[in-house]
Write a protein that binds this ligand. Structure first.
Ligand SMILES: *[C@@H]1O[C@H](CO)[C@@H](O)[C@H](O)[C@H]1NC(C)=O
Length: 322
């Protein structure tokens, strides 16, 4: 951890829309030295910088001190590594970050899905992990230009590490909270962040998969047949059953709440649907794969979740052959 008065070294890995937004927030702190690893937009960000056009915060250039193309170029460890890359092949990224990790490094995982922390914990068992669920609505409208809507919220919490003193982990969490607050974004600190992760994955398991598989928006899907509503709710109940078996207390009432919420909105698609349309790999492992793995470990019967997983995996296989 940086001493007071010293710069806090932050590395942001994955400079897409969500990464760009949090780079903007963290870069607003004078005491943060912000580095980024940019891949597809490296050239544009290197030459023209990164800009954010936000309905909440206005238009800004992001304060970036150092830009890397690959983490291998890094020689000094960071205090915080913020992981905002797409969660495809979740085991692939943590080993790439070795050169940026020291004893004091805290990982901050801002991604969809569940189980995302496991590959980090298994490779870096002595580091702190802060797990986050974001509700920021942002898109990269051209390389290095992020458009942010009004939608802005995040929940975060520790994935407790018994190898590290509680007070140290808490102070790392508090420091991050201070940076986010000074950056002007909205968030809440949770005692059990897994509840929030599994609640969001209950939403994503249904809407991301179904809009991807059908190419039909949520409203049209729910009206398409009497079975559509029943199947959707059953899928959500199965995900909630798996969460409960993982000791994550979520009530089954959530399924009705999520359906009411979607019915109150215009028909929407999803990030997975966008990925499918653009021929990119899908976040199937963390949205459906981890719940399926847990269900299998527990010997649970999850017929709808299994079916949706199998179909989405087949679509993902087709896309990765493109
Ligand atoms: C983690 O810390 C323990 C106890 O200090 C040590 O034995 C172990 O080698 C460390 N593991 C890694 C991967 O650094």
């Amino acid at each position: 951890m940086a001493e007071s008065g010293e710069d806090i070294r932050v590395l942001l890995f994955g400079l897409g829309a969500i990464g760009g937004f949090y780079a903007f927030v963290l870069g607003r702190n004078k005491n943060v030295s912000l580095s980024v690893v940019a891949r597809s937009n490296y050239e544009q960000v290197k030459s023209h910088g990164l800009s954010v056009q936000s309905e909440n915060h206005g238009n800004h250039k992001v304060n970036i001190d150092q830009i890397y193309k690959v983490p291998d170029e890094i020689t000094t460890p960071f205090d915080y590594i913020i992981c905002t890359h797409k969660a495809v092949n979740p085991g692939k990224v943590p080993p790439l970050l070795r050169s940026a990790v020291g004893d004091q490094t805290t990982f901050v995982i801002i991604q969809n899905g569940v189980g995302n922390e496991e590959p980090f914990r298994s490779i870096f068992p002595n580091n702190t992990i802060i797990s986050c669920v974001t509700w920021v609505g942002a898109t990269q409208i051209s390389p290095g230009v992020i458009k942010h809507t009004k939608s802005e919220d995040m929940q975060m919490g520790l994935l407790p590490n018994s190898n590290i003193a509680k007070e140290l982990e808490q102070s790392r969490l508090d420091t991050l909270a201070t940076l986010l607050k000074a950056g002007g974004t909205v968030f809440q600190v949770e005692n059990d962040i897994q509840i929030k992760r599994w609640e969001k994955v209950t939403w994503n398991a249904a809407w991301n998969s179904i809009t991807t598989l059908t190419d039909v928006n949520t409203q049209d899907w729910l009206k398409s047949s009497p079975q559509a509503m029943a199947t959707t709710k059953r899928l959500m109940h199965e995900v909630i059953d798996v969460a409960n078996r993982c000791n994550v207390p979520i009530e089954h009432k959530l399924a009705d709440d999520l359906v009411s919420k979607i019915l109150a909105m215009p028909g929407i698609f999803s990030s997975m649907h966008t990925d499918m349309k653009e021929g990119r790999p899908l976040e199937v492992d963390v949205i459906l794969g981890y719940p399926i793995k847990k269900a299998t470990d527990f010997g649970m019967d999850v017929p709808v979740l299994s079916t949706i997983y199998a179909l989405t995996t087949a679509v993902n296989g087709r896309l990765s052959k493109l």
